[in-house]
Design a protein around this ligand. Sequence first.
Ligand code: ADP
Ligand code: ZN
Length: 281
Amino acid sequence: MSLYGAVEAGGTKFVVAVGETPEEPREVARIATSNDPCETVAEVVRYFEQHGPVKALGVATFGPVSFETGCITTTPKLAWQNFPLRASFRDALRVPVALDTDVNGAALGEARWGAGRGVDDLVYVTVGTGIGGGALSGGRLVHGLMHSEMGHLLVRRAPGELPDFRGVCPFHGDCLEGMASGPSIEARWGRPAAELPTDHEAWQLEADYLAQACVNMACVLSPRVVVLGGGVMEQRHLLELVRARAEQLCNAYLPLPLIEAPQLRYPGLTGALALAKEAIG
Ligand code: ADP
Ligand code: ZN
């Protein structure tokens, strides 16, 4: 048996899987994220001892993360700050470990096997408790000084925005995450996003911010497909509103990417398996 291992590392849970090919994460399991990173890593390692052995591991993680050191960097989860995630797995499992962001993993998964099958230029955005985005450009995941932080794109106020609403991002207030994450919707309307009816004015505002993000991505990266995932996008009617608003904002200046829902059950895990495979060429 020749298995790859995958970890999608999140602030509340680590989702783990094995697979012979990236298309099919198997034995998917969830491990709660402990305040003590060593404890979480030990549990993940136990999982791979039981379900492996694996010949390489792909890790798609929350961030920010440094690809040079393989460490989580400035997370508000204090014990995780500067934690050497990549080295911990490498030392315990003694296999190659490839590390990327959760959203870069999801972008890779959706580009290879999901909503953008066969496409080399794709952006994946998750709209949930926070907003994050990852990009595949020319077939490569985008890295730079660090990695994309699309949740903190600066956006302009949507028409009809409540005049007193300042946004919820602790760093910037009214960036994309501040204005369009799940918690921002709840803060603005005093009710969880999932409880707002589909004809609530919240959704036109939400569509405006997400459409601004899509147009900005089109301007910077020229992706063929933008995939919008995460809890807020469970509002199925939202996708069409975003597409329509993006067309308006773009004003026929440039061709817009397709704006799609994710097609994979586990975009991040699928991408992590692909990273594992690439780790050993
Ligand atoms: P996380 O970002 O924490 O990994 P999710 O992607 O599930 O997790 O996002 C959680 C956020 O999505 C919460 O803010 C929640 O209010 C919002 N959310 C979850 N389900 C829905 C829904 N059906 N409609 C609108 N918002 C939702
Ligand atoms: Zn911000």
